[in-house]
Design a protein around this ligand. Structure first.
Ligand SMILES: [Zn+2]
Length: 247
């Protein structure tokens, strides 16, 4: 049987001498893995279709529960993401997020649309990569059932002013009066940035402007929350903070 899908390459792992196993995230079928043969040979025709970030229309052969790539037509290479280290690592965090939160057989349409919005923003606009990534993680967490509450104190509903705290177990901001002993103090601007991102679409992100220090804190908060709530460690985020702290 043959199957067509429009998919982004999340991961490509070496397999045998010349093959790779791709983890594809498709609009039609969520996450699937597929072998792609001969792509490590010099001059291989389908080399482009085994690159992370690449968005192609794939024709897959399905045999039992195994898939292999027959052909691929490129829709968007998102190549500029691979030419800038900050864009590359922020993009890598998003791909790892999808690979960790989506399992084969899960419906990922909304997450797919969010990923596309993120990759286009990252690739073709001047929006800070870390603001775009924070938007994607915030939306991705909400779509995975881990919505954060950041607009006001979750307990008394008052706006957060001088001091703000975050309860990682319930995913909510709390004020100084309502906080409990395990709540972590966070910079109120970090929550203000996340609150803005929850109201703006990808095409409005140019209006969101926060210092890099706040952008880094927002990403750390979202990654820590993924870990506490879902047990997901986003390793690419460590590389992002290590190599791109200042851009
Ligand atoms: Zn309160």
């Amino acid at each position: 049987m043959e199957e067509k899908c429009r998919a982004v390459v999340l991961r490509a792992v070496d397999y045998k001498d010349n093959d790779k196993i791709l983890t594809l995230f498709s609009l039609e079928n969520g996450v699937v893995s597929a072998a792609i043969r001969g792509v490590k040979r010099a001059g291989a025709k389908l080399k482009f279709a085994a690159q992370p970030f690449c968005f192609c229309e794939y024709v897959l052969r399905v045999k039992g529960d195994k898939r292999s790539v027959i052909s691929a037509d490129i829709i968007e290479s998102f190549y500029p993401i691979r030419e800038n280290i900050t864009k590359f690592y922020t993009g890598a965090v998003a791909l790892e997020f999808v690979g960790s939160f989506m399992q084969e057989g899960m419906d990922g349409r909304e997450l797919f649309i969010s990923l596309m919005g993120f990759l286009k923003t990252l690739c073709y606009t001047e929006v800070s990569p870390k603001i775009a990534l924070s938007k994607f993680l915030l939306e991705g967490l909400a779509l995975s059932g881990y919505e954060l509450s950041v607009n006001a104190c979750a307990k008394c509903r008052k706006t957060l002013k001088n001091r703000a705290f975050f309860d990682f177990n319930i995913g909510s901001a709390v004020c100084e009066n309502c906080r409990e002993s395990l709540d972590v103090e966070v910079n109120p601007n970090t929550l203000a940035m996340l609150s803005d991102l929850s109201h703006y679409g990808y095409d409005e992100l140019e209006a969101v402007d926060y210092p890099l220090m706040i952008q880094n804190k927002a990403i750390k908060l979202l990654c820590h929350y993924s870990n506490v709530k879902a047990g997901v460690v986003l390793r690419a985020a460590n590389d992002l903070m290590l190599y791109c702290k200042n851009d």
